[in-house]
Design a protein around this ligand. Sequence first.
Ligand SMILES: [Fe+2]
Ligand SMILES: [Fe+2]
Length: 200
Amino acid sequence: MSSSLGDGSGDGVADTMADNVSTGRLPGDATPRAVIERIIRVDHAGEFGAKQIYAGQLAVLGRGPKGDLLRHMAAQEQVHLDSFGKLIVDRRVRPTALLPLWRVAGFALGAATAAMGTRAAMACTVAVEEAIDAHYAAQAADLGEEEAPLRDMIETFRAEEVEHRDIGLENEAELAPAYRLLSAVIKFGCKAAIRVSETI
Ligand SMILES: [Fe+2]
Ligand SMILES: [Fe+2]
């Protein structure tokens, strides 16, 4: 698999060299530029989507008894998004072209699950955060020592995503109607969204 062609960034030669370097890379070796671009692009997209999910949930449940919990998680997502937004600029990474889609899909997912009730909203959070936990863990393992600041940031955010998952579980996510189906569908959607946002 190579993403060295057609990414529009204009440094195809550097990308190709980076991809070559990535072959047989050992832990601690330099992380290729192409890997960094994918990580920042997809994480920025994911945090944007997360912010939209909570915005959708707050539109429905913001005045209810879980409003403050949802605002707490939304505030952390905003910090995550701002941090990756800064990296998009500082490290000159093209954001995903799919932001308009994630704006609508994230809000719709949040609002739809919230409309099913607080348990379904929490089930949505648990499913999303479980997918993100695995995603961030894999990324952190991929990053070399020279990318320690980015790796630490991802680990910090991962701990907060795990906290969100636990909040969901403590708030009866598993008692949501059709929990297993709901969870499986949302996780599948997250993984698909991650895959396309890495490159598109
Ligand atoms: Fe987040
Ligand atoms: Fe989160």
